[in-house]
Design a protein around this ligand. Structure first.
Ligand SMILES: NC(=O)c1ccc[n+]([C@@H]2O[C@H](COP(=O)([O-])OP(=O)(O)OC[C@H]3O[C@@H](n4cnc5c(N)ncnc54)[C@H](OP(=O)(O)O)[C@@H]3O)[C@@H](O)[C@H]2O)c1
Length: 329
């Protein structure tokens, strides 16, 4: 096949403070050719995630994104050419393609996906966001019916699903999010019992009112001051699922850490566990079956918006509700 043009978005320099449009530029090159065991993918939808910003700060569970390289990111891709067993032209996969029209990846690093409608659900509720919410809450948080679950970045792609799964499991659910509109959406549309607007008032006091019996499970997406406010209200034998720390990704790190660490872990006999969604790959199919049945029954609502890559900057500032992605035309 003749080489096609490949639009790419590069990270120009590693941001020291807040991420801005000046940190990216567009380049064009020829689409790459797959070698043995590799596939050529055409990118259909790129996932925009808070973690994209964390990858610019250094190595995490993946290598850092270096200045001058294609911006990294997971995407829904269609196989254009395959030299890999088990993958054929036309298959849909999830892979780290980066922000570009075409990418070559090793077949073993591409997860084959079912063809279902809407396709975008493969990046949201049936993708990393849905699976992270599912495993983080159910395997790490281990909520029991009647317990109080609190989730931060609650109107985001992971948090909005965490809260709804906790409701399905019979828990009292409190979301922490920025702004009255998001809080209203959580309680009116998604069925959360209460929501705390961390931008309107100090979280600790508002949380005392919203969760009067204390917190049994805290699903932490943000770290920092909100982590501290929740830590002090944890019940005996509570569980904290450490999913991410979005309050620390964009800009200089906070000069002081949360107070109460590790003393309150001891006194309250807390289980505090970090996790990465891939830890639970072996249980993926069972999780997807549950998520699909909840979406079908209407118990789990999915919020998505297809946007431009620049929308990563707005996501870090809290513009998004639910899952944000880029449609590649
Ligand atoms: N462990 C894993 O395997 C795994 C997998 C996927 C994602 N994650 C992590 O899960 C977390 C949520 O990811 P997501 O994709 O669902 O992100 P997201 O909610 O779509 O976007 C981030 C949200 O975080 C909130 N936020 C930003 N700065 C904040 C701050 N300083 N304090 C409090 N909230 C802030 C904003 O909402 P507000 O308007 O409410 O501020 C924003 O909408 C991230 O930490 C991410 O890294 C972990």
């Amino acid at each position: 096949m003749s080489a096609q043009s490949n639009r790419q978005i590069l990270l120009v320099e590693t941001p020291k403070g807040k991420l801005g449009p000046e940190h990216f530029c567009m380049a064009e090159s020829e689409a790459p050719r797959p070698g043995d065991g590799e596939v050529l993918l055409r990118t259909r939808y790129i996932s925009l995630d808070a973690a994209n910003r964390a990858w610019m700060q250094g190595a995490t569970y993946r290598a850092a994104v270096e200045a001058g390289t294609v911006m990294a990111g997971g995407a829904l891709g269609e196989v254009v050419q395959s030299n890999a067993p088990g993958l054929a032209k036309g298959d849909l996969v999830f892979a780290d393609t980066g922000w570009q029209d075409f990418a070559v990846v090793k077949g073993k690093h591409a997860t084959k996906l079912p063809k279902l409608e809407p396709l975008t659900h493969l990046l949201s509720v049936y993708g990393v966001a849905g699976l992270t919410a599912y495993f983080g809450l159910l395997r790490v948080g281990k909520p029991k019916a009647g317990e109080t679950v609190v989730v931060s970045a609650a109107a985001g792609s992971v948090g909005s699903i965490v809260g709804q799964i906790a409701k399905i499991k019979g828990c009292t659910v409190v979301g922490i999010a920025g702004g009255a509109a998001k809080c209203d959406w959580l309680t009116r549309e998604l069925g959360f019992d209460a929501a705390v607007d961390y931008k309107a008032a100090p979280v600790f006091k508002a949380l005392k009112t919203a969760a009067p019996k204390g917190i049994d499970v805290y699903f932490d997406n943000v770290g920092g001051d909100i982590f501290e406010a929740c830590l002090f209200q944890m019940n005996l034998h509570g569980r904290i699922a450490c999913c991410g720390a979005v309050s620390q990704y964009d800009g200089a790190p906070s000069p002081h850490g949360p107070r109460g660490v590790p003393g309150l872990f001891v006194v309250k006999r807390l289980t505090v566990q970090g996790f990465i969604v891939m830890d639970y790959d072996a249980e993926r199919e069972a999780a997807l079956a549950d998520l699909q049945s909840w979406v079908k029954s209407g118990q789990l609502k999915v919020q998505e918006d297809a946007n431009t890559p620049a929308a990563l900057i707005g996501l870090l500032a809290g513009e998004n509700r639910g899952k944000r992605m880029v449609r590649v035309d």
